[in-house]
Design a protein around this ligand. Structure first.
Ligand SMILES: Nc1ncnc2c1ncn2[C@@H]1O[C@H](COP(=O)(O)OP(=O)(O)OP(=O)(O)O)[C@@H](O)[C@H]1O
Length: 183
């Protein structure tokens, strides 16, 4: 299996081993060992693994590692949203937010994860977006609603996009929403 033996958690320069230790993650799972080295190289990935196999960590750890590097955007927008995680349901989104926050807990700097799944009201979520999050997690419909309301902008700052449970996202008919929010 590619990279499994070579991949310890030491490759995450700005994420202290404390986060994975706190979670009791002694070693990468199979999907993490396969996906993380490629993601760290900046490759686009399409990954599939069974439920509970650690897919959130497989994208979450390299995503956080990427965010610890300086933003690629000009300094005027460098403080804007750099990563977007799209999920098919609020329940999955809340689980993803929880995992990302746990993994980010001991980062070299504060990484802010905005939860667009927790509140149902668009207006109630605006303050969360005004706190200049690094990562936004939400359903395509909700993200699109914020883009339309101009409470969120991705155009000049977005560097990373994750479609979590892409099969469900696309089969729920979110395809058009996803296209519109990216263009
Ligand atoms: N390297 C690891 N070592 C031990 N436990 C891990 C590791 N990575 C993830 N886990 C744990 O495994 C459980 C499942 O992880 P996760 O939710 O990421 O799986 P998943 O593949 O995304 O599942 P689903 O398809 O249901 O969303 C979680 O409790 C998580 O903390």
């Amino acid at each position: 299996m590619r990279g499994r033996d070579a991949l310890g958690w030491g490759c995450f320069a700005g994420l202290t081993p404390q986060a994975v230790a706190e979670l009791g993650w002694a070693a990468p799972t199979a999907i993490q060992a396969e996906a993380i080295p490629l993601a760290l190289e900046g490759r686009d990935l399409l990954a599939r693994a069974r439920t509970g196999s650690g897919k959130t960590g497989a994208y979450g750890l390299p995503l956080l590692q990427h965010l610890l590097r300086p933003a690629q955007a000009p300094s005027a927008v460098a403080q804007a949203v750099r990563a977007l995680v799209l999920v098919p349901s609020k329940e999955l989104g809340q689980q993803v937010v929880r995992s990302l926050r746990q993994l980010a807990a001991f980062c070299a700097r504060d990484v802010r994860v905005a939860d667009l799944c927790a509140q149902t009201d668009l207006a109630a979520q605006r303050p969360v977006l005004m706190e200049k999050p690094d990562v936004v997690v939400g359903t395509p419909g909700r993200v699109l609603a914020h883009l339309s309301a101009r409470s969120l902008s991705l155009r000049h700052s977005l560097e990373l996009l994750v479609l979590d449970e892409a099969d469900l996202l696309l089969s729920f008919g979110f395809g058009e929403d996803i296209k519109s929010l990216l263009w």
